[in-house]
Design a protein around this ligand. Structure first.
Ligand code: PMP
Length: 366
């Protein structure tokens, strides 16, 4: 609290990011869904050849080189792509652009009960009412639950975080058709890890109310660069530009635009990293199941696992932390019996499984 802050900031409940270790601290970091592989070699080539004197000049507001790269890879028009400073910024702009508190109707934004924990932060910061839609048995999202519920917008992460589960395109269409007057955000931060791969981008020409939000942070190994993008109808993209230019008209810098463009165009390297992470995810899931853990099949670069009987999630989180392995534990009722574990390299996941096995043995003997 401060007398210098306004009411909104005094009352804000900011997002709490996962722990970042201090430089030089040696840990196995499986807590913030980063990619264990380095960015594309093309990104390094950009860095090497970058002319520093370019930084005198402001960057291109629209990040044209980057959005053209995305358009080419995703098979859409550059006018259907919007770039921002990480997908968190894009999501913030989406909430400000498409959702609103209307004092006459007071309609809520619909989000899954357990989902990306930034959504409720945006809702309260932008003063929009929220309605959480419960998940079904097994943390499953049911499309029908989003139809016939009055709302001013819908935001769904697909794959959902932290559950790691997806809904298919038919379900997404059901939600879009059932809510033609609302914008439906499909946050695809992790979709490239889905096997088989699919994307709601394939629906943008049929649904002007669909806004797909993507990021370079996860599958492109560029969390530190801060580049995200939205793919949607030109009408929605125009709205995002109006919001951006009312706040910060240069959200992505010159170097970031160039590196992100080169990374997106390096399709083969991207594919290779994805395949390796998917294989390691499947290995880790299988090993955890052998140890008696319960987890849904993951479509993301993380898994959401409930420890075996006799081992509680919080204790396991603390014990792993003491061994230098960071995973994510949410104290939230309803999911506080699970851990979210990001997928690292094969070696890291073998070390993780060995540490978990030890904990299981200790718990059984105690
Ligand atoms: N959406 C979801 C579901 C996420 O988990 C994250 C990562 N915390 C983001 C969006 C934001 O990613 P970034 O801002 O790095 O693009």
């Amino acid at each position: 609290m401060s007398k210098y802050w306004n009411k909104k900031i005094n009352e804000a409940e900011p997002y709490v990011a996962g722990e970042q270790p201090k430089p030089g601290q040696k840990v196995i970091k499986l807590n913030t869904n980063e990619n264990p592989f380095p960015p594309s070699p093309m990104a390094r080539a950009v860095l090497r050849s970058f002319d520093i004197s370019e930084l005198r000049l402001y960057p291109d507001t629209n990040a044209t080189e980057f959005i053209e790269a995305v358009a080419e890879v995703e098979g859409v028009k550059p006018t259907q792509v919007f770039a921002g400073n990480g997908s968190d910024e894009i999501l913030a702009l989406c909430f400000q652009t498409f959702f609103e508190k209307d004092s006459n109707t007071d309609l809520p934004v619909l989000t899954p009960e357990f989902s990306y924990s930034f959504y409720p932060v945006f809702e309260s910061f932008y003063d929009i009412r929220s309605k959480k839609i419960p998940l079904r048995e097994g943390l499953r999202l049911e499309a029908e639950d989003y139809v016939g519920v009055p709302n001013c917008g819908i935001a769904i992460a697909n794959p959902n975080a932290p559950t790691s589960r997806t809904i298919g395109l038919e379900d997404i269409e059901k939600i879009l058709k059932g809510n033609p007057d609302s914008v439906v955000i499909i946050d695809e931060a992790y979709i490239e890890f889905a096997k088989p791969y699919f994307t709601a981008v394939s629906l943008i020409n049929d649904y002007p109310n669909l806004c797909v939000v993507r990021t370079c942070s996860k599958s492109y190994s560029l969390a530190g660069l801060r580049v995200g993008y939205a793919i949607a109808s030109e009408e929605l993209i125009e709205g995002l530009k109006r919001a951006r230019d009312s706040f910060n008209s240069y959200p992505t810098d010159r170097l970031a635009q160039r590196i992100a463009a080169a990374s997106v165009l390096d399709v083969n390297y991207h594919k290779k990293c994805l395949e390796e992470i998917i294989a390691t995810r499947d290995y880790t899931s299988e090993e955890l199941r052998k140890l008696g853990f319960d987890l849904p099949d993951s479509s993301a670069n993380f898994i959401f696992a409930k420890p075996c009987e006799g081992l509680d999630a919080e204790t396991l989180y603390k014990n792993l932390r003491a061994k230098g392995i960071l995973v994510r534990y949410f104290k939230t009722a309803g999911i506080n019996d699970r851990l979210r574990i990001s997928i690292g390299t094969r070696e890291e996941m073998e070390a993780f499984i060995a540490a978990v096995s030890e904990e299981v043995t200790n718990a059984k003997n105690s």
